[in-house]
Design a protein around this ligand. Structure first.
Ligand code: UD1
Ligand code: CA
Length: 417
């Protein structure tokens, strides 16, 4: 199977400088979800049609995608025409996906491909029955329930507007017939675009077989056109991510106030308390207690049995097993050894105004409440900093040493071990 992803459009309704498909849902660009899906179903070749802000969008694509430029944004049919040259000697089926539909699931795509192959239809497309069909193409069926056309919003008249079954924008088509019939698509006068959806009526008139698959969950068909759609997609994906985590053995105390991005891994028996925000590329081990009100930023790695309490932020840091960090602290660009204690109010001052600097805290170190660690700095293993101390850059605290004051001075070695 070869896949074409349409992502050249302007996304006018987003009212944004950023191309629509680069807006993020649960931390990841909308288009990346569609790409991942195309890969997950085993597409041999993936063609991505780009146009508006071509260079910006191209940056997020992986090297194995074939990028095609749509010179003028003349509609979805024209977008498909722009890839035709790649299909000259191809006689198989093509799957067409919209770059703006991130909620689609693998099982649904498998269903549509399977139906298409079984029925040998010229075109099989995905439909959804929705409460608010406005803005979508309506699926028009005759008395025998056979589809005879897709009618776009602007052209819908009378009863057509009331049709609740909409075109999701996912199609499986026989390549040769697709490109042949595409030549007959005429410019739509209202929108001054060539509609891919006009193919349906053309196939129907040629008495060719058209099949449909209805999504079981209408939300899957959501195409993001506005910022409202973006918020709906965020919520649906967020609940999916939380559900998967819960089913894998993670306790989410309050799914309504927990925000976890799509690329996050959390170990069994970890408990996530309310109002916690975990961004992409974060890994959390087993049996950790997280939150309430904790924030984890990209690149963070938390080992097993770690406790991170309320009003805390961990950014691009590695925490060893058994670390305690229970109250209003910030760790950025830090490595913390196992069983270290990060007292209340500890802050790594990791940014000097120009660049980020690293902090290293050894195993079993005890960083006293309200310590400020000005990076680059290292606190040795089993070392102690006193409450309120300010450890200044490069004034490393050796193993077992006790440092206190502002700026912190080393006053003794720990003996009570
Ligand atoms: C399209 C369908 C509509 C369907 C809806 C589902 C058409 C004519 N209409 O409408 O039946 O209900 O999707 O969400 O196809 N694109 C290009 N080049 C262009 C225009 C668009 O690549 O010249 C891309 C867009 O980037 C987008 C996709 O095609 O990813 C769909 O375009 P969009 O303008 O969002 O179509 P809709 O009006 O939503
Ligand atoms: Ca759309």
């Amino acid at each position: 199977m070869r896949t074409i992803i349409l992502a050249a459009g302007k996304g006018t309704r987003m009212k944004s400088q950023l191309p629509k498909v680069l807006h993020k849902v649960c931390g990841k660009p909308i288009l990346s979800y569609v790409l991942d899906l195309a890969k997950a179903i085993g597409s041999l070749k993936i063609y991505v049609v780009l146009g508006h802000q071509y260079d910006e969008v191209k940056k997020i694509l992986s090297d194995d995608c074939i990028v095609v430029r749509q010179e003028k944004l003349l509609g979805t049919a024209d977008a498909i025409k722009s890839v035709e040259k790649h299909f000259q000697f191809y006689y198989g089926d093509i799957l067409i996906l919209s770059g703006d539909a991130p909620l689609l699931q693998k099982a649904t795509l498998k269903k549509i491909i399977e139906r298409h192959r079984r029925t040998k239809a010229v075109c099989t497309f995905l439909t959804a029955v929705v409460h608010e069909p406005k803005g979508y193409g309506r699926v028009l069926r005759g008395d025998n329930q056979k589809v005879y056309a897709i009618r776009e919003e602007k052209d819908a008249i009378g009863f057509e507007k009331d049709v609740a079954e909409i075109n999701v924008g996912v199609y499986c088509m026989q390549a040769k017939e697709l490109f042949k019939t595409l030549k007959q698509v005429r410019l739509n006068n209202k929108k001054k675009e060539f509609y891919l959806t006009d193919l349906i009526e053309l196939f129907y008139n040629k008495r060719m077989r058209i099949e449909t698959v209805k999504v079981s969950d209408a939300q899957e068909g959501l195409g993001i056109n506005t910022r409202m759609d973006l918020a709906v997609a965020e919520n649906v994906l967020r609940q999916r991510i939380l559900k998967d985590l819960m089913l894998s053995g993670v306790t989410i105390v309050d799914p309504l106030t927990t925000y976890i991005h799509s690329d996050v891994k959390i170990g069994q028996d970890t408990i996530i308390r309310p109002c916690t925000f975990i961004e992409n590329n974060v890994r959390i081990g087993k049996k950790c207690l997280i939150g309430p009100c904790a924030r984890f930023r990209p690149g963070t790695r938390i080992a097993n049995n770690v406790e991170i309490g309320n009003f805390t932020e961990v950014n691009a840091s590695k925490l060893g097993s058994g670390v305690f960090m229970k109250h209003f602290s910030y760790l950025g660009d830090a490595t913390v050894g196992k069983n270290a204690n990060i007292g209340a109010g500890v802050v790594t001052a990791n940014f000097d105004g120009k660049k980020k600097n690293f902090t290293k805290i050894g195993d079993h170190a005890f960083v006293g409440s309200d310590s400020i660690l000005v990076a680059p700095i290292s606190i040795g293993k089993k070392a102690v900093t006193g409450a309120g101390s300010v450890v200044t850059r490069n004034k490393n605290v050796p193993d077992y040493a006790v440092a206190v004051g502002v700026p912190a001075k080393i006053i003794s070695k720990r003996t009570n071990l």
